[in-house]
Write a protein that binds this ligand. Structure first.
Ligand code: NCD
Length: 304
């Protein structure tokens, strides 16, 4: 059974296929409106979510399918002590495909080895978030027209930000990408991402604490929220949370065709005064997530 737990579970060719399908859905939504008729998507979210869960559900509805939703872990049998493995076996009896978000790294992988239906990782702890990366890739493709020859700034909480880990993995497969990793010292990219992805693939990168100094060279700027829920100590969070705030004044330093991204939710990292800047792509990015999730559901259900 085909599942997507890590973005590299999808080949570069499959990602191309998902992007071309998503673009076709955008152009011809009617063509897809009955493709999943009679099929059910289960959404199991053991951690808070707005965009990811609702965009998965909207995706399935727009494909003509149905949704079984477990939005509140407190109301599920997990609160009685049921294992992820057992939950996955049960859900396989009721649905055709499932999307799972969990606070524990690796939980969706465990689900996928026990389920008899495809499992999609909708975010596991501070680890990975492959479908956010699909949204990010469609956004980069639509805005910049390419994945090669880009200087990509990743800014904020690079340690706990799972979207950043998956995006680095995805972009590492293209040519002449340079990563500019901007974070406070305490929130640098984890050693395993640096060693297993950046260094292993010989990618160009710099690490810095200064956003202003590097802003002029960036083609893409991916801002992230400091992940409060993953901190052990509230004082550390309070000290680090406003390390970077993107404002229209700062953006005067940036390229005219910079693509400003954020997986959302935003807390304070991007001033609302940036929202009207034509370079602000984060709300488009959230919409793109729905189209890429539609394409992914189609692929995993054998409809592509
Ligand atoms: C992200 C997540 O859950 O990791 N949100 C999302 O899915 N769009 C980013 C975040 O919570 O900061």
């Amino acid at each position: 059974m085909r599942s997507v737990i890590d973005i590299c579970d999808l080949s570069v060719a499959e990602i191309e296929k998902l992007i071309s399908t998503a673009n076709d859905i955008i152009e011809n939504p009617k063509k897809y409106s009955e493709k999943c008729h009679g099929k059910k998507l289960a959404t199991l979210f053991f951690e808070p979510s707005t965009r990811t869960r609702l965009s998965f559900e909207a995706a399935m509805y727009e494909l003509g399918g149905n949704v079984l939703s477990m939005a509140d872990a407190g109301s599920s049998s997990a609160s009685k002590g049921e294992s992820v493995a057992d939950t996955a076996k049960m859900i396989s009896c009721y649905a055709d495909i499932m999307a799972m978000r969990h606070h524990k790294e690796g939980a969706p992988l465990v689900a996928s080895t026990n389920a008899t239906i495809p499992v999609i990782n909708a975010g596991d702890g501070g680890h990975n978030h492959p479908t956010q990366t699909l949204a990010d890739l469609l956004t980069i493709k639509r805005e910049k027209g390419r994945f090669d020859n880009l200087t990509v700034g990743l800014c904020g909480d690079l340690k706990f930000g799972r979207t950043v880990h998956s995006l680095i993995n995805a972009l590492s497969r293209y040519t002449n990408i340079k990563f500019v990793l901007i974070s406070p010292e305490e929130l640098r990219i984890p050693g395993y991402v640096k060693k297993d992805v950046i260094l292993k693939n010989g990618l160009k990168y710099v690490e810095t604490t200064e956003l202003d100094a590097v802003l002029p060279e960036l083609d893409v700027l991916y801002m992230t929220r400091v992940q409060r829920e993953r901190f052990f100590n509230e004082d550390d969070y309070l000290r680090l949370k406003d390390s970077y705030v993107l404002t229209p004044e700062k953006l005067k330093l940036a390229k005219e065709d910079l693509c400003i991204m954020h997986p959302l939710p935003r807390v304070n990292e991007i001033s609302v005064r940036v929202d009207d800047d034509p370079r602000a792509c984060y709300f488009k990015q959230a919409l793109n997530g729905k189209y890429m999730r539609m394409a992914l559901i189609l692929m995993l259900l054998g409809e592509l």
